[in-house]
Design a protein. Sequence first.
Length: 194
Amino acid sequence: MYDGGLVWYVGYGSNLCAERFACYLAGGRPRGAARWYAGCRDRTPARDTAAVWLPGGIYFAGRSLVWGGGIAFYDAALPGRVAGRAYLITTQQFGDVAAQEMHREPGGATLDLTTVLETGRDELGRGRYETLLYAGERDGYPLLTFTAPWSAADVVRRAPAPAYLAMLVAGLGEAHGWNSEQAHAYLADVPSMI
């Protein structure tokens, strides 16, 4: 089992926005969202953040009970690059964030990262955000994210709700220093944007 203590969680959707991601760590309800998050057992803020790029693309699909509209999923097989934001957190926090993304209660058994670190992928279930992906390393710590087990070609695409889109635009500005026009231009190229 990985015991490095810290990992980089990479957000590419609403978690690009630090205010929104903080609700996964400390608990709370993000602005514009319908759901309250329990937070992690360890509510310590991320030790560091960094703008990162992942190979592949994102697409919007499904229907969010939190935001309404489609939500972002990552597909490494798509062409292009994905603008992300990495948060340096403990492995326990990563497990608690993953549990909340999977609509489970945080604080359960320690999430075993062995398979994802050895093979690059670990499917913990068939639901959205239940597939862990390894995306390399930064400063000696693994870059990890979650997505759906299916590919972009397997689902019907759906445009995101305005509140969700606003979180992405804000997060792209925070993480990558983009203005609103740059963020909207990047998102306009995402499949299923209307």
